[in-house]
Design a binder for this molecule. Structure first.
Ligand SMILES: C[S@@+](CC[C@H](N)C(=O)[O-])C[C@H]1O[C@@H](n2cnc3c(N)ncnc32)[C@H](O)[C@@H]1O
Length: 510
C-alpha cells in the first residue's frame, strides 16, 4: 500500500483516514475567500495569497477560479498573476500532484514556486497579503518527537501539549504584509484551552482579532469529524477591543450569518467571547448570588480511606457516608454504601490514633501504602492524613452534586446526607430550596449553551462541570424571581421536566 507522507508522519485515524487530512467544504472555502476580500469582482492581479497546507487544493482551485474571473474582467493574464502571487504548500507529494492536475484542468499552469512539496513549518516562505487555509490538526501525542522538538525550539507559541495547527498560525501570521489578512478554519480549542494560551497572547499583543465564527455544530468539512471548528479572521493591524462573533449550525447559513460585537478580554482568558450573556441586574454568577463552589475530597488512597466496610472496622465517629460520580451515573442516585474515613478533628488537626484503637489498627495495616503517598512523604509523622482536609460540616449542608463527565441531564441536590469525593463538584449556600432552583437552571439549555461555549465539549457532545467553568456561568438573579415562578420551576425540577424549565426560562428572559 502506498501510504501518503502525512499518514506515515502522523498516523491513521480510527475511521481509516489520515490524521491531519480533513478537506474543507466548498461553501466554507467560498465564504472565507469572500470575507478576506478575495472577491470575483475585484482586481486580484496584485494580491499575494498563501495556503500553507493545501491538500488537494480546495482553496487553491477556488483562488484560481476567482483569478480567472477577475482577469477576464480587468484584462490581465491570469496565469502570470497566479504564478507571481499564489503560494501553496503541502507535505504530501501526492496531494500536490493532484492539486497541480486540477489546476491544469482549468487552464492554470502552476510553477514550482506556486505548489511546493514541503514541511511548511520548516521551509522559507515569502510575505503575503492574505493567508487562507485549514491547517493540519495533529494532537500533541501524534506529532513525531523530532517535529515536536523542532516546534518547541522555533515557535514561541508551541506551549504545553500543543496541537500542530498552533505553529501554523504563528508562522503564517508572521508572513502577513502590513495590512494583511489571515483567515483559517481550524479547531477552536486554542481559543479556550491551556495550549492555546501563548497564541492568544501573541495575537492580543501584535494583531487584531477581527472575527470568530463558531461552526462547532456544523458540517464544515467534507466528512464528519469531531473537530470543533471555528473560522477566525485576524489582521496585521493594531489590536482592537471589539470583535465580530457569529455561530452557525449549517454551513449554508454562512452568507446570512448574524454577527454580534463582543468585547475582547484583556487577559488570556477568551472564553467570554463565546458567552452571549454578560453579568447585569438580571444575570449574575453563581458566586455573586451567595453560593459556594467546591470540589470533593481527594484522599490519595481511596482504596483505604473509602470503603463499604469501614463501619465494621473503625470508630463510628470517624466515618462519613461518601458519594462519588459512580453513585450518580445515568441520571440515577444510587449510593453504593461507601464511607469516608475522616482522620481529622473538628478543628482541622489530625486525630491522635491512640484515642481510636480500631482506626489505628486499620490504618496500621495500610501504613506502607499510605506512607508512600507524596503528601505523607512531605510530613512522615502525618502518614495517615488525606490530601484534602475533610470538614464534617460539609456533610450536613445541602448541596448540589455535579459529577464531572457524567453526561447526566438531571442535577442532584443532596439534603445533607453525603460527603462528596474528588470526582464531584458541589455547590453549597443559601437554602435547600434555592439550591433546587439553581439546580433547575443548571439543567436548562440556557446554562448548557453557556457551558458548551466556555468549555470544550467531550466526545459525545456533553460539557464538563468544572469549577472554573461553573464560576463563569450567568444565572438569572434568584432574588428577582416571583414566588409563583419559583414554585413552578421547582415543580418542574422535581418532575425532571427539562423542556418545561426551558419554556419557563424563555418566557421569563426571552
Ligand atoms: C486539514 S488538511 C487541509 C487541506 C486543505 N487545506 C483543505 O482545507 O481542504 C491539512 C493538510 O495539511 C497537510 N500537512 C500536514 N502537515 C504538514 C506540514 N508540516 N506542512 C505542510 N502541510 C502539511 C496534510 O497533508 C493535509 O493535506
Amino acid at each position: 500500500m502506498n501510504l501518503s507522507k502525512t499518514a506515515s508522519l502522523y498516523g491513521i485515524r480510527s475511521n481509516g483516514g489520515f490524521h491531519g487530512d480533513v478537506f474543507t467544504s466548498p461553501m466554507v472555502v467560498r465564504y472565507m475567500l469572500d470575507i478576506v476580500g478575495y472577491n470575483v469582482n475585484s482586481d486580484l492581479r496584485n494580491i499575494r495569497i498563501l495556503e500553507p497546507s493545501c491538500g488537494e487544493g480546495e482553496f487553491v482551485i477556488e483562488i484560481a477560479h476567482r483569478l480567472l474571473h477577475s482577469a477576464a474582467l480587468y484584462h490581465f493574464d491570469a496565469n502570470e498573476a497566479f504564478q507571481r502571487n499564489v503560494r501553496a504548500y503541502d507535505i504530501d507529494e501526492r496531494k500536490i500532484e493532484h492539486c497541480r492536475k486540477r489546476l491544469t484542468d482549468i487552464g492554470i499552469s502552476p510553477s514550482g514556486k506556486n505548489l511546493q512539496v514541503a514541511n511548511f513549518l520548516k521551509c522559507k516562505a515569502e510575505k503575503t497579503d492574505i493567508v487562507v487555509g485549514n491547517p493540519p490538526y495533529i494532537r500533541y501525542e501524534n506529532i513525531p518527537k523530532d517535529m515536536r522538538d523542532f516546534c518547541r525550539c522555533n515557535y514561541s507559541t508551541f506551549h504545553y501539549r500543543c496541537d500542530l495547527y498552533v505553529p501554523f498560525f504563528e508562522k503564517t501570521l508572521s508572513l502577513l504584509s502590513e495590512s494583511g489578512c489571515h483567515c483559517f478554519i481550524c479547531s477552536n480549542r486554542w481559543l479556550k484551552n491551556e495550549y492555546g494560551k501563548k497564541l492568544r497572547h501573541l495575537i492580543a499583543k501584535k494583531y487584531a482579532l477581527k472575527m470568530i465564527i463558531d461552526l462547532e455544530q456544523s458540517d464544515a468539512f467534507q466528512e464528519e469529524v469531531l473537530a470543533y471548528p471555528s473560522i477566525t479572521v485576524i489582521k496585521a493591524d493594531k489590536p482592537s477591543n471589539k470583535i465580530s462573533y457569529g455561530e452557525v449550525r449549517k454551513v449554508d447559513e454562512l452568507p446570512n450569518l448574524q454577527i454580534s460585537k463582543r468585547d475582547i478580554p484583556t487577559d488570556d482568558d477568551w472564553t467570554n467571547i463565546f458567552s452571549s450573556i454578560s453579568t447585569n441586574d438580571t444575570f449574575k454568577t453563581i458566586e455573586q448570588q451567595g453560593f459556594k463552589i467546591g470540589i470533593g475530597a481527594a484522599t490519595g488512597a481511596d482504596a483505604v480511606f473509602v470503603s463499604c466496610d469501614l463501619p465494621e472496622k473503625v470508630e463510628t465517629e470517624l466515618i462519613l457516608p461518601s458519594i462519588n460520580a459512580r453513585d450518580l451515573r445515568g441520571n440515577q442516585f444510587n449510593w453504593h454504601g461507601e464511607y469516608l474515613l475522616n482522620p481529622y478533628n473538628s478543628d482541622g488537626t489530625l486525630v491522635d490514633l491512640v484515642n481510636y484503637p480500631l482506626a489505628n489498627a486499620y490504618l496500621e495495616q495500610h501504613r506502607e501504602r499510605l506512607s508512600a503517598r507524596h503528601i505523607a512523604r512531605k510530613s512522615p509523622a502525618k502518614w495517615y492524613k488525606t490530601i484534602d482536609r475533610i470538614s464534617p460540616n460539609l456533610l450536613t449542608q445541602p448541596k448540589i452534586l455535579l459529577p464531572d463527565m457524567s453526561g447526566n441531564t438531571f442535577v442532584f441536590v443532596d439534603d445533607g446526607l453525603f460527603y462528596p469525593l474528588h470526582n464531584i463538584y458541589y455547590i453549597t449556600g443559601r437554602s435547600s430550596v434555592q439550591l433546587r432552583l439553581l439546580a433547575a437552571f443548571l439543567m436548562s439549555d440556557f446554562v448548557r449553551c453557556q457551558l458548551s461555549a466556555v468549555t470544550n465539549t467531550m466526545n459525545g457532545g456533553f460539557s464538563r462541570w468544572q469549577s472554573q467553568h461553573l464560576r463563569k456561568l450567568r444565572i438569572p438573579d434568584l432574588n428577582a424571581i416571583s414566588e409563583k415562578d419559583i414554585q413552578q420551576i421547582l415543580a418542574f425540577y422535581e418532575c425532571r421536566e427539562i423542556s418545561s424549565i426551558n419554556n419557563k426560562i424563555n418566557e421569563l428572559y426571552g
